[in-house]
Ligand binder design. Structure first.
Ligand code: SF4
Ligand SMILES: [Zn+2]
Length: 392
């Protein structure tokens, strides 16, 4: 049986949203971020951008409309990024805002020259991001041949292990099985597999978002992931998430939900789960869009002004040391906003998830598309959406 991953409505809507997106105004073709005193350093370099995002894109993602860069420009950006690092590095991530192994984003020659730069850079580990479907035996052999002697790791955006959520809530353009296949290849070559997992996916209520993140970590680890990275969602301009937020259908997850996901994982899984982007680093990172007002992060995961600083300090501590006792401290911490969050988790939705998604789809379609679109494609989409739903 063919597994369907396409979502004609979300793809069309993402194209509409991106149509109005201004080009990035680029102050620098690379961006470096140093965390944990050099234990983790990332170098992001500019490319034409994620090819999936160029043609359609995930509902929460806006890395901006990139610019076409040639081989020389890409390699030069990475070289400059690496030479700007002035700390001793343990784990080095060098990645485009998209997929290192997509030849449309990083031309093969540029990729090989980047590997040469990395090979000579003194870090213990080297990592990059790429979509699962770009991973092949040949490309993985090329990495291991080009960069001997370093621990290699590759991060893939799984977001959710639920194929229905990937298709109807995220518009991921891939299937979780592709993650599992890629992980199997990487494991064969002893490359560490990182799974990026979302908390706060579009359309999910807070309890569903927690459940989805927990089951995605469990699934990812059983299907070849060595490490899971939890990403609580931020609302960015030019995304469907932003439209949902503006229209009262979405709120970013509370940081208490992030704590809850970690708490619910058994100790073995928790040890292999890390957290990322629980702070808003975007302000100093994302290259500005031409219209500066549009480049801001609209809303971020948070708690309340009374406890936020303490919560972030503890999350920093967890991020740094990974000690389960930090999660216990967060779990036992009291605040009024935590009571409100808990209460919301207990709210019973009037409609099931597929029914809710369908109702919001109709709102989205009527806001972006002509009536003819729903008349032509709506019935088939509705049938698939309702009939293919599975909570697993
Ligand atoms: S989340 Fe990843 S795959 Fe999806 S559009 Fe963004 S960069 Fe591309
Ligand atoms: Zn609070």
């Amino acid at each position: 049986m063919t597994v369907r991953i396409d979502n004609p409505l979300l793809s069309e809507i993402m194209r509409c949203i991106h149509y109005a997106r201004p080009k990035l105004h680029i102050p620098s073709p690379f961006y470096n971020r140093i965390e944990k005193n050099g234990n983790f350093v990332s170098v992001w370099f500019l490319t034409s951008g994620c090819q999936w995002n160029t043609h359609s894109g995930c509902t929460m993602c806006n890395y901006g409309q990139g610019v076409v860069c040639n081989e020389e420009e890409i390699v030069d950006a990475v070289r400059k990024g690496l030479s700007a690092i002035n700390v001793k590095v343990k784990r080095l991530l060098v990645s485009p805002s998209g997929s290192m192994l997509d030849p449309q984003e990083v031309p093969p020659n540029a990729r090989r020259r980047i590997y040469s730069l990395i090979r000579n850079f003194p870090s213990v580990e080297f990592a990059f991001e790429t979509r699962a479907e770009t991973i092949t035996n040949e490309l993985v052999q090329e990495i291991t041949r080009s960069i001997p002697g370093k621990q290699l790791s590759i991060q893939m955006g799984l977001e959710s292990s639920n194929a229905w959520i990937q298709r109807f809530c995220i518009n991921k353009g891939s299937h979780p099985n592709q993650f599992a296949d890629a992980a199997q290849i990487l494991t064969t070559y002893r490359i560490k597999v990182y799974a990026n997992i979302s908390i706060g996916t579009a359309f999910l209520n807070p309890q569903e978002a927690i459940n989805d993140a927990v089951s995605s970590v469990q699934w990812a680890i059983s299907n070849g992931a060595d490490v899971c990275m939890l990403f609580p969602m931020h609302v960015k301009s030019y995304t469907l998430l932003f439209w949902l937020y503006q229209n009262g259908f979405y709120r970013p997850p509370s940081l208490w939900s992030l704590v809850e996901v970690l708490r619910l994982l058994d100790p073995k899984m928790q040890r292999r789960t890390k957290i990322a982007w629980y702070r808003n680093y975007y302000e100093d990172m994302i290259p500005k869009l031409e219209n500066d007002e549009d480049s801001n992060i609209i809303a971020s995961p948070t708690t309340c002004p009374k406890c936020q600083e303490r919560v972030l300090e503890l999350l920093d501590a967890y991020c740094y040391c990974g000690e389960p006792c930090v999660i216990d401290d967060l779990h036992t911490m009291q605040c009024e906003c935590k009571d409100v969050w808990k209460q919301k988790l207990g709210d019973v939705s009037l409609y099931s998830l597929p029914e809710r998604v369908l109702r919001i789809y109709k709102e989205i379609a009527s806001s972006f598309l002509s009536d003819a679109w729903w008349s032509g494609y709506g019935a088939e989409l509705e049938e698939e959406l309702l009939n293919s739903y599975s909570a697993e």
